[in-house]
Write a protein that binds this ligand. Structure first.
Ligand code: NAD
Length: 308
């Protein structure tokens, strides 16, 4: 028998198909995309937003607009929170009347926050009798609901297992990082750190390219050809750091000395073209520190202990 993929994960009792009632608190860009996806998959969805007009397009798709946060929570089995930050989330939840409404619910916090905030939130939610899952969305709103979209969760395994179909409806690349509630946020922070390294590097690279008379289309085309080499070096760095193989050996791709010598060209280009060199100067300090402690023959991974 063929099953409708949009009904997948909905619990069937006899002839009746049951889906969890969901309340999405926050109908900004991301919250609206989450609510639209849930509606599309057939989940009865309540929405609440500080500015109620933002709920109108969702109501037109079948969402029920909750008159208050408390009403939304009381109507739902699963409460998804997606507002600007934890301060906004606290302003919604940590009020009289809300705490008692939370008992027995599954709370899925999808607002971006730090590992510490996730730990504190888990303690507060669980103290009020609800299950807590902390999530990190590794995507922009247009990617919500796609098979490749990754969301990371940590916290209550029971909540994750019970509501897996709903969580996977938001992104097919969903994964459970662990029972400690801060682990999804920690992984999110670590992955974003790598992303910012790449984005800041691109900013510096574009400044150098244009200052030297190259157009950004040329930079872009060659960046894409160079990317597999950079990706391989990146994974090699992670693997060597994990194995604590800091001394240079036959498998070393480029010694610290070779990296440092090439890096001097960036410093020189910045100086000559009067470019912002704040980032290369910081990198230079780290290189010099590593070289004062180790040797030119070390692997690039020998920089890793300096970040701890
Ligand atoms: P947005 O600015 O579009 O929406 C913010 C929402 O927060 C709105 O619904 C607004 O009404 C609500 N809000 C703000 N302050 C509030 C307050 N004091 N009380 C009640 N509600 C308040 O932002 P967004 O892009 O939808 O992001 C929402 C969350 O999702 C953020 O934590 C963001 O970091 C996270 N996120 C966003 C993206 C993205 O690409 N947009 C990706 C990953 C994670």
């Amino acid at each position: 028998m063929k099953t409708d993929p949009r009904r997948e994960g909905h619990q069937s009792i006899g002839e009746v198909t049951m889906a969890s009632n969901v309340c999405v608190l926050g109908a900004g860009r991301m919250g609206s995309s989450i609510a639209r996806t849930l509606l599309d998959r057939g989940y009865p969805t309540w929405v609440w937003n500080r500015t109620v007009a933002k709920c109108d397009p969702l109501a037109a798709l079948g969402a029920k607009v909750a008159p208050s946060v408390e009403d939304g929570i009381r109507a739902a089995d699963v409460v998804i929170i997606n507002v600007l930050d934890y301060a906004a989330s606290d302003a919604l939840l940590k009020r009289d009347g809300i705490a008692s409404a939370l008992a027995g619910k599954a709370v899925v916090q999808l607002t971006s926050g730090s590992p510490r905030l996730a730990r504190e939130e888990a303690r507060w939610v669980e103290a009020h009798g609800a299950g807590y899952l902390d999530g990190a969305i590794m995507a922009t709103p247009d990617f919500i609901g796609k098979p490749e979209t990754a969301l990371l969760y940590s916290g209550s395994r029971d909540v994750y297992e019970k509501h897996k179909p709903l969580l996977f409806a938001l992104g097919g690349g969903t994964s459970y990082v662990g029972e400690l509630p801060d682990q999804a946020s920690a992984l999110d922070t670590a992955l974003l750190t790598q992303m910012w390294g790449g984005l800041f590097g691109a900013l510096q690279g574009m400044a150098v390219a244009e200052a030297e008379g190259l157009d950004l289309e040329t930079f872009r085309n060659h960046l894409s050809a160079f990317k597999p080499v950079v990706d391989a070096a990146l994974f090699n760095l992670v693997d060597r750091t994990n194995a604590r193989r800091f001394a240079g050996d036959d498998a070393t791709l480029a010694s610290l000395g070779a990296h440092y010598s090439a890096f001097q060209h960036l410093l020189e280009a910045c100086e000559e073209r009067r470019l912002n060199a704040a980032m290369p100067r910081a990198m230079d300090m780290i290189f010099q520190q590593a070289l004062s402690l180790g040797s030119m023959e070390d692997d690039f991974a020998s920089l890793a202990p300096l970040f701890r």
